[in-house]
Design a binder for this molecule. Structure first.
Ligand SMILES: Cc1ncc(COP(=O)(O)O)c(C=O)c1O
Length: 388
């Protein structure tokens, strides 16, 4: 029998409380979701600023579809690249002070594209231990070598770089806000080290876009990181921006290289123009700080209430707040108990996070009301030590 490993591996996952199953969301309104006829306050969405269902994004999708149609009809190098794509690229390039920007269908594709196009024989990707799976997979499937340094450990990064002194093409990769822990990379401390060792810095700012920076352009805007300091910036639109897709920003040479050599870009249908149009509308809306300010209030409120309730959180000032629970089984139990109390908080388990760091990953949003945060705290107090 062919492919018998599937049955075996699915059974093993079930046995270890690691089986993944999808839940169909029947409807959503504000911070509420409806699943199988029940309503929950959603604390598991990356829509940190409520842009996904905002009037601005919805209207721009409708306008974009009426102008450009449902899909782009071709890959970007054929006839799939439109005025809407160019406007989004130009908006980001101008706002971020980059020569050029290139759009991808997802952050996963963008990260893989960077690895595939740049990591040739004798090059290295030196990545934070907690870097996203798309970069790990990207690096492992190309000719370059993948080296890891301990999470946010600048000294270890320096040691790793020192060992790679013979390597000419070195890319140091980290995240603006780490997706599962919610903490930030120590970029200001990393920059002089990366420069000293003549490496390039790459930032995956999937979770910083929209929520950081005076105009919501993420970590690079918040820290005024120039193109020279940060030669490769990747950001995604599927989280706080409320649409989908991703971009890479950098020098004209980098972007021209990707246009010519990135297989993920060349051999894939361009993102729908309407999506690019809606994304630009979202970014323009997010120039105003109100949604970010509201999110910050919710984060502060949550952290204060959690501390008062004796709930231990991983260190994070972002919308991503994690409660470690130690085992996959316990994470599932707590998540189920929270559901019975009207709170949706997905258990995040190995291999998404390292073994033994199974957790509840709680994501806060400007859509949450004060009473939603209080309800979450109350439910956590009742759930965290649940046995059956
Ligand atoms: C840090 C990080 N990078 C990249 C991605 C992939 O982005 P996308 O969802 O657009 O494929 C994600 C999303 O899960 C992420 O959290």
């Amino acid at each position: 029998m062919a492919f018998v490993f599937m049955q075996r591996e699915l059974a093993a996952r079930k046995e270890q409380s690691l089986l993944r199953q999808r839940q169909c969301i029947d409807s959503a309104a504000g911070a509420l979701i409806e699943v199988a006829g029940q309503h929950f306050i959603n604390f598991s969405s990356n829509d940190y600023l409520g842009m996904r269902r905002s009037a601005e994004v919805a209207q721009a999708w409708v306008d974009g579809i009426s102008e450009y149609g449902g899909g782009s009809g071709a890959s970007p190098l054929v006839t799939g690249y439109t005025k809407a794509h160019r406007e989004l690229e130009d908006y980001l390039a101008a706002g971020l002070g980059r020569d050029k920007v290139l759009l991808f269908n997802s952050g996963f594709a963008a990260n893989q594209a960077i690895c595939q196009a740049l990591l040739q024989v004798d090059s290295e990707l030196i990545a934070d231990k907690l870097i996203h799976a798309s970069l790990i997979d990207g690096a492992q499937s190309c000719d370059g070598k993948l080296v890891r340094y301990r999470h946010n450990d600048v000294e270890h990064l320096e040691q790793v770089l020192a060992k790679s002194s013979q390597v000419t093409d070195k890319l140091v990769a980290t995240e603006g806000i780490f997706s599962m822990d919610g903490d930030r990379a120590p970029l200001e401390a990393m920059l002089p080290i990366v420069t000293k060792h003549q490496a390039w810095l790459m930032l995956d700012d999937a979770h910083g876009m929209g929520v950081l920076g005076a105009h919501g352009l993420g970590t690079a805007e918040a820290l005024s990181l120039s193109q020279q300091q940060l030669p490769i910036l990747m950001g995604t639109f599927g989280k706080a921006i409320g649409t989908a897709g991703a971009f890479v920003a950098g020098s004209a040479e980098l972007i021209d290289y990707l246009i010519n050599f990135s297989r993920h870009y060349i051999y894939s249908t361009a993102m729908p123009a309407a999506q690019a149009h809606a994304t630009t509308a979202s970014l323009i809306t997010l120039q105003k700080p109100q949604r970010r300010e509201l999110l910050l209030q919710r984060i502060t409120q949550f952290k204060q209430l959690a501390q008062r309730a004796g709930i231990t959180l991983l260190p994070s000032d972002s919308a991503i707040q994690a409660v470690l629970v130690g085992s996959a089984e316990q994470a599932l139990k707590i998540s189920d108990k929270l559901k019975s109390l009207g709170i949706w908080a997905t258990a995040i388990r190995y291999p998404t996070v390292p073994k033994g760091t199974d957790r509840l990953r709680l994501t806060l949003s400007s859509l949450h009301q004060e009473q939603d945060i209080q309800a979450l705290i109350d439910a956590l107090q009742l759930s965290l030590h649940v046995k059956d």
